[in-house]
Write a protein that binds this ligand. Structure first.
Ligand code: PAF
Length: 287
């Protein structure tokens, strides 16, 4: 496994891989790897003989009061995990290798990036887009893999790739969950035992919405109301940031479930802000 710290090292390796005509899969990460990341690597490996993983805690996507300084950094364990999962190259740059001090370019995906997580994390998706675009330009992957837990992120990146004619395919892989249903996240480790228990209210509220939809409820307001009530009872330590029933492609809020929707939510605990989502297709519910 090649461990590259500079853009030039990655470019040298990629040039050789391209010469051999191998397809390249990229899994961008911020490290603190868990089973969710490894599932992305597995999907990449199934499609592409050469799998590159980036491990970079990207300062551009953290707000001034966010957790950049305390974001978990577990490089040795991450490298061992990548090796175990057959990764060919890990790109683990320092911030200075990624951003020139006078870097002046930004990418803003209008509308799609401005509500939901974009509303409470101003500039977050601009930071994601710039680093992901740079990683695509450095690694030149045929395919890049993202988790469906960050549904809005995957949509924003998909739109950026389409709008800028970037020559690669975005693959969105299913959410990986702990045995009790909590969506895997590097930030779960911040939770106190009590918060960890209460964090199950996220998936609990999504299951409740799914059940109500299956029973015939088509009003988004009713589903959101029931979810809010569930979270208030099951997670008194959590503060709801948003719950939205939305069109899976445009991410616009929908009042009724007349076709497939994605229900997404974010809940803040004292130590971590958690997100989750579920796709519900009423045309396949029989309700
Ligand atoms: O999902 C993440 O871990 C990050 O937002 C990403 C895509 C690696 C960009 O820094």
């Amino acid at each position: 496994m090649i461990i590259a710290k500079t853009v030039e090292e990655v470019r040298d390796a990629i040039r050789q891989v391209r010469r051999q005509g191998q397809r390249i899969g990229l899994v961008p990460t911020m490290g603190a790897l868990h089973a969710g990341h490894y599932s992305l690597m597995g999907a990449a490996k199934a499609d592409c003989p050469f799998v590159a993983v980036s491990i970079f805690v990207n300062p551009a996507q953290f707000g001034p009061n966010e957790d950049l300084a305390k974001y978990p950094r577990t490089l040795e364990a991450d490298l061992a995990g990548c090796r175990e999962h057959g990764v060919s190259l890990v790109f683990t740059p320092e911030s200075a290798a990624m951003y020139a001090p006078d870097a002046a370019t930004s990418i803003h995906v209008a509308r799609l990036s401005e509500h939901l997580c974009g509303a409470s994390r101003k500039g977050h998706f601009d930071g994601v887009c710039i680093v992901v675009a740079k990683l695509f330009n450095i690694v030149l992957p045929d395919k890049a893999y993202f988790g469906a837990k960050d549904y809005q992120q995957a949509s924003v990146i998909g739109r950026m790739v389409r709008d800028l004619d970037m020559p690669l395919e975005i693959v969105v892989c299913p959410i990986i969950r702990e045995a009790d249903g909590l969506a895997m996240s590097s930030r779960n480790r911040y939770l106190s035992p009590q918060e960890r228990q209460q964090a199950l209210a996220l998936i609990g509220s999504l299951h409740l919405a799914d059940k109500l939809a299956k029973a015939g409820q088509r009003e988004s307001k009713a589903l959101i109301g029931a979810m809010r009530q569930h979270i208030a009872t099951a997670a008194p330590l959590g503060q709801i940031d948003y719950i939205e029933v939305m069109d899976p492609d445009s991410l616009s809020p929908t009042d009724r479930l007349d076709g497939p929707v994605v229900i997404a939510l974010a809940v803040k605990f004292s130590s971590a802000r958690l997100i989750d989502n579920m796709r519900i297709d009423p045309t396949r519910l029989g309700g």
